[in-house]
Design a protein. Structure first.
Length: 216
């Protein structure tokens, strides 16, 4: 058993360098998050137990613009609800990984999956731009592999925002939001991303996602 544990430790992904740059997440935002989770998931909690990772693109050209949006706890421009939107991580164009929120805290980044998912944003304007940025991609893949290992998340639950509706973990109690998603990280682009994860990993990552019918 000791030999097996040592062997697994040797092949486990190494934690990449992460810059801790927290957004304000005090008592008010925690209370707003609890109310949001109760309303949308029937779960009056702000505590996250990660079961999935959702990849995003910021649709901005700078880290600061995305950070400032997440830092401001104001109703979002799209759905007009509190708490403000956020992500656990932002990966900048130069490969710098910023962590904005504790990993045991629900962060509002994907309708229907916030209760279960870590959110990773990538500074950029499109999936293709992020996939083509070598420094950013190296950092993103390293971060995702480390999180997968830390929380025992299989490849099937590493998805793009656009794949959210077909995730078996998707849960949304508020009817008007039942089919809400975004266009970033479509399945074809995530297939490329997931193939790169598999190529880099020294341990099996499990099967790829099997999308469920969304009904949308």
């Amino acid at each position: 058993m000791i030999a097996l544990a040592l062997a697994l430790a040797l092949v486990a992904p190494v934690r990449p360098h992460i810059v801790w740059k927290p957004i304000p997440f005090g008592a008010t935002r925690i209370a707003e998050t609890m109310a949001y989770a109760r309303r949308h998931y029937g779960m009056p909690t702000a505590t996250l137990k990660p079961r999935a990772i959702v990849e995003h693109v910021t649709a901005t050209s700078t880290f600061s613009s995305a950070y400032n949006t997440f830092s401001a706890d104001v109703p979002d421009a799209e759905l007009h609800e509190l708490p403000g939107t956020c992500a656990h991580f932002i990966v900048d164009r130069d490969g710098t990984i910023y962590q904005l929120v504790r990993l045991d805290r629900i962060c509002r980044h994907t309708v229907g999956l916030n209760w279960a998912a870590i959110g990773i944003e990538h500074v950029g304007l499109s999936d293709a731009q992020v996939l083509g940025d070598a420094a950013q991609m190296r950092a993103s893949l390293a971060l995702t592999l480390w999180l997968m290992s830390r929380y025992h998340i299989g490849l099937a639950n590493v998805i793009g925002h656009n794949e959210s509706l077909t995730s078996p973990l998707h849960k949304e109690l508020y009817g008007p939001w039942r089919c809400q998603t975004h266009a970033d990280w479509r399945r074809a682009d995530m297939d490329v991303y997931r193939a790169r994860l598999v190529a880099l990993s020294t341990i099996p990552l499990g099967p790829r996602p099997r999308p469920r019918p969304s009904g949308c």
